[in-house]
Design a protein around this ligand. Structure first.
Ligand SMILES: Cc1cc2nc3c(=O)[nH]c(=O)nc-3n(C[C@H](O)[C@H](O)[C@H](O)COP(=O)(O)O)c2cc1C
Length: 434
């Protein structure tokens, strides 16, 4: 019997920011960072390889967590400058025909009506290929950019997110699917009986509605989230079509997916109505030895500069790791930022130095080798976990993209593990086709 197929996406960290500064194989990319070409070419490569989607990360602040100053980040172009990724969406939609496109928005700072309208507009423009990655925004500095002195408390942010998505979903349904009749004989463009106010009154948000644009072609664009705390998972179980998890081992991946499926059932949902996609960052080579050598060199680089990893993690957790002894046993740390992320980060070693040198983003250490070996590992992982697929991630360069889309994916396709053609027009339908 043929193996069960799984889905592929790409999680683009630092999205519309600077890629490849001081890195080999980056050509003009870092200098041309404000232009959309690299992103559009990435999207075309993903579509050539029949990916489900491209997810565009976002954040709303210049970090100053490491050493209490912006210097460390700005000098290295870490997380700033960064353009708003939403204007990339129509450009990518015009350059592709099938790929799903998922921008990130903040439920803490975006007004739900504006977001629902924006995403509906993009779904209409792309003929049903848009999703939305909902984040609560975790940084204190982001909150201060929107007028708060301190950020809202972690669990309260999720309560807001819950209401935000409930309202956006109502607004997307405020026009019935056949409301636009365009009947010249009766002189009617929209049938007024099919457009309804939503009269939503919540604890955080209220909106009368209806939306002033039509129902999105997908009905509800594909909803995505990546928070790994219990509150994040509960939010996902209530609303999401895709959950993304960055986990280092197959056992963790299996436990995460089993937990998500139990939560979906407890919410009265079909566990297959939400796909769990795991971040994977492979290292490829023409031989296994070549790939292993690349892994060794990367580890050596991380060991030589632990401050880069610690500064990045500090910006996700609002912790200044420059004030810690790198070689002291790790104490319990708490954050009002990304709790799931911090927990997984600290689990990677006994001291901060160990954590920084062992650091992996998602499934990384186990996936190094030729395309055959990496495909073996991914195939076996999916067999053990039960589904539903992977989100590739890693430092963006055209070389890395080609290794995945033109090297690894064809190997997965030869094994019948991933699609070789799109069968539907809409992102959602392709996502739930298997
Ligand atoms: C793979 C992955 C991608 C994420 N992408 C974003 C993002 O684009 N922007 C953002 O603000 N947070 C992002 N996050 C953070 C989560 O959305 C979430 O806000 C964070 O993990 C805090 O939630 P938690 O405490 O439930 O883990 C991402 C997290 C993961 C694991």
């Amino acid at each position: 019997m043929a193996a069960r197929q799984f889905h592929l996406g790409w999680f683009l960290g630092n999205s519309f920011g600077v890629h490849g500064w001081s890195q080999p194989w980056s050509g003009v990319d870092a200098r041309e960072w404000a232009q959309p070409d690299l992103h559009v070419e990435l999207a075309k490569a993903l579509e050539r390889a029949c990916f489900d989607c491209l997810l565009l990360e976002d954040s709303l602040f210049v970090p100053d967590n490491y050493g209490g100053s912006m210097d460390f980040y700005l000098k290295r172009a870490l997380r700033a400058p960064k353009n708003d990724p939403l204007p990339l969406v129509p450009l990518i939609a015009q350059a592709t025909r099938h790929l799903g496109i998922v921008p990130t928005i903040s439920t803490s700072f975006y007004p739900p009506f504006l977001l629902a309208r924006l995403i509906a507009t993009l779904d209409l423009m792309s003929k049903g290929r848009v999703g939305c990655n909902f984040v609560t925004s975790t940084a204190e500095r982001a909150a201060q950019n929107f007028g708060l002195d301190a950020h809202l408390e972690h669990d309260l942010r999720y309560e807001m997110a819950d209401e935000f998505v409930a309202l956006a979903t109502k607004l997307w349904s405020s026009w019935e699917a056949d409301a636009i009749v365009m009947d010249e004989k009766s002189g009617t463009f929209v049938d007024p009986a099919k457009v309804h106010a939503v009269d939503f009154k919540g604890r955080f948000f209220s909106s009368r509605g209806p939306l002033n644009t039509a129902r999105p072609p997908q009905g509800r664009p594909v909803l995505v989230q990546a928070g790994g705390s219990p509150q994040g998972k509960a939010f996902a179980a209530r609303h999401m079509d895709i959950v993304i998890a960055a986990l280092g081992t197959v056992a963790e991946m299996k436990a995460f997916r089993d937990d998500m499926r139990a939560r979906l059932s407890a919410e009265g949902r079909d566990p297959d109505s939400c796909k769990v996609l795991f971040v994977v960052s492979p290292t490829l080579g023409e031989t296994n030895e070549e790939a292993e050598e690349r892994v060794r060199r990367r580890k050596a680089q991380r060991e030589a500069a632990p401050e880069i990893t610690l500064a990045m993690m500090g910006s996700l957790t609002d912790i200044d790791f420059s004030t810690f002894d790198l070689d002291a046993p790790l104490a319990e740390l708490t954050t009002n930022g990304q709790q799931g992320t911090l927990k997984r980060f600290l689990a990677q070693g006994r001291t901060l130095r160990e954590v920084a040198s062992n650091y992996s983003f998602g499934f990384e250490h186990a996936v190094a080798g030729t395309t055959r070996r990496v495909a073996d590992v991914m195939e076996e992982a999916m067999e053990r976990v039960g589904g539903d697929g992977f989100m590739f991630s890693g430092p963006l360069s055209r070389r890395y993209v080609a290794e995945i889309t033109d090297g690894l994916v064809p190997e997965l396709q030869r094994r019948g593990l991933v699609r070789t053609a799109y069968s539907h027009a809409h992102f959602r339908d392709n996502l739930f086709a298997f």
